[in-house]
Design a protein around this ligand. Structure first.
Ligand code: PAF
Length: 286
């Protein structure tokens, strides 16, 4: 696996692969890779002949009081994991390479609708930062397909909308969330948790499963399902950000008529904000 830092080197390497008739995939990441990222790269290697991964901690998607400075940077370890998972080329640009005119001089991409509410409400500007950097990566690499984790469910919806609205000829694949044995979704931010917080954190997924079971059992009082889960979160030491049941494709608040739902949660434990979600298909038997 080659590692390149500039757009020029990246384009030359991808052009050479394309000239050999290879089908190109892209797995964008911010590094500090775990088994969830490895699963994305493995899927990319199954679905294409040449896998490009990027590691770029994108300052444009972090708010002023967020964890940009402390976000873990673990390049050597990441490179080993990428080789093992089947990556062919790693792109690790600097901030100057990605934003040569500075962040304030950078053209922004804003996706309407699905980026509003949920994380879009709690993290103003976050999805503009994501949509901008992902658009740039798509234009730099010009992959045939790109793979993202479903753990960032709203992000995946934003990227699907972006590609559709801007007619980008890129297939977007969402991969299921990889979880620890106790159900906690793998996330680079889990590394911020103390041992006590880490064991408490499994409550998030358990509560999503309980809400899903309630919905499947035909419970009409959805506010009650949410309230019960929120008190479980509070008992485990979480402060709420949001916990909502939405239509799985539009991300509109779910109505009684919607059958494909997603339950989305964001909550703080100490200073760490964790997110998770669970798809619920009311047409499938429990
Ligand atoms: O999900 C992430 O790691 C990031 O938001 C992404 C898609 C790599 C854009 O910076």
């Amino acid at each position: 696996m080659n590692t390149v830092k500039t757009v020029r080197e990246l384009r030359a390497a991808v052009a050479a692969a394309r000239a050999e008739g290879k089908h190109i995939s892209l797995v964008p990441t911010m590094g500090n890779l775990h088994a969830g990222h490895a699963a994305l790269v493995e899927k990319a290697a199954q679905r294409s002949d040449f896998v490009v991964a990027s590691i770029f901690v994108n300052p444009l998607q972090f708010g002023a009081n967020e964890d940009l400075d402390k976000y873990p940077r673990t390049l050597v370890d990441d490179q080993q994991k990428l080789v093992k998972a089947g990556c062919n080329l790693l792109f690790t640009p600097s901030v100057e390479e990605m934003y040569p005119n500075g962040m304030n001089g950078q053209t922004r991409v804003s996706v309407l609708g699905v980026s509003e509410g949920l994380c879009g409400a709690s993290r103003p500007g976050h999805f503009d930062g994501v949509a901008t950097v992902v658009s740039k990566l798509f234009n730099i690499v010009q992959p045939d397909l790109a793979i993202f984790g479903q753990k960032d469910y709203q992000q995946l919806a934003v990227i699907r909308t972006l590609v559709n609205d801007l007619n980008m000829p890129i297939q977007i694949i969402g991969e299921p969330t990889v979880r620890s044995a106790d159900g906690l979704a793998l996330s680079s931010r889990n590394g911020y948790l103390t041992d006590e917080q880490r064991s408490a954190a499994s409550v998030l997924y358990k509560s999503l499963q309980e809400i899903a079971a309630g919905l499947k059992a035909g419970e009409h009082d959805r506010a009650q399902l949410i309230a019960r889960a929120q008190s479980q979160h509070a008992a485990a030491g979480f402060s709420p950000d949001y916990l909502e049941i939405r239509d799985a494709s539009s991300l509109r608040p779910a109505t009684e008529q919607d059958r494909q739902l997603v339950i989305l949660v964001a909550a703080f434990i100490g200073n760490t904000r964790l997110i998770d979600n669970l798809l619920v298909d009311l047409d499938k038997p429990a």
